[in-house]
Design a protein around this ligand. Structure first.
Ligand SMILES: [Zn+2]
Length: 189
């Protein structure tokens, strides 16, 4: 069951470990100007985490070019933060998936665990239905699937495209959505 993952600190540690790898790749790549990338993290106060996690989970990895006059910022993809949303990515994805597939009682219990109100869930649903399918990211990325998903049942129809147990699938989906975290600008929820 996907929902139990949200309450499992080991799952969040796994997401953090993947983010660290993505950050290290971004740092090692260096700036387009040839400069080195220095750590310039963002402090975040993400909401919707149903278990206690250490302060290292509150930081978004980011880098700044060391060269005076360049100082370009680079923010690597993330499995934990989806765009500028204040809720952790796995919650935004899972609630939207479960909304269609579980009983009202189960959704209600989950909603209380992660302290998300109904209006927020309604906003996320609209985002998945109207905003996300119109992003340049989705228009390119959907072609990676055969056949391409039609986008009518996002994100539920995406998670079915990945193999493995619930954790593998959710991690694969978050990894797929990772570029949104760094690249596409979207309004915060
Ligand atoms: Zn630079």
């Amino acid at each position: 069951m996907y929902a139990t993952l949200l309450a499992d600190a080991r799952f969040h540690d796994l997401l953090l470990a993947v983010d660290r790898d993505l950050a290290e790749a971004c740092r090692a790549e260096g700036c387009a100007c040839g400069g080195r990338r220095h750590v310039a993290r963002y402090a975040r106060k993400p909401r919707g985490r149903p278990c206690r996690l250490g302060p290292e989970h509150d930081q978004r990895f980011s880098f700044c070019c060391a060269v005076d006059g360049c100082r370009s910022r680079a923010t690597p993809p993330s499995l934990r933060f989806l765009g500028r949303r204040v809720y952790v990515a796995s919650v935004v994805v899972l609630i939207a998936i479960l909304r269609d597939g579980v009983s009202d009682a189960r959704l209600e219990r989950l909603r209380q665990i992660v302290s998300v109100d109904r209006r927020t869930i309604a906003r996320w649903r609209r985002w998945w239905r109207d905003t996300f399918p119109a992003t340049p990211f989705w228009r390119v990325a959907r072609a990676a699937f055969l056949p391409p998903p039609d986008g009518a049942q996002l994100p539920a129809e995406l998670i079915d495209r990945f193999a493995g147990d619930p954790q593998d699938r959710l991690v694969a989906l978050l990894r797929f959505l990772g570029p949104i975290a760094g690249g596409v600008r979207m309004r915060a929820f």
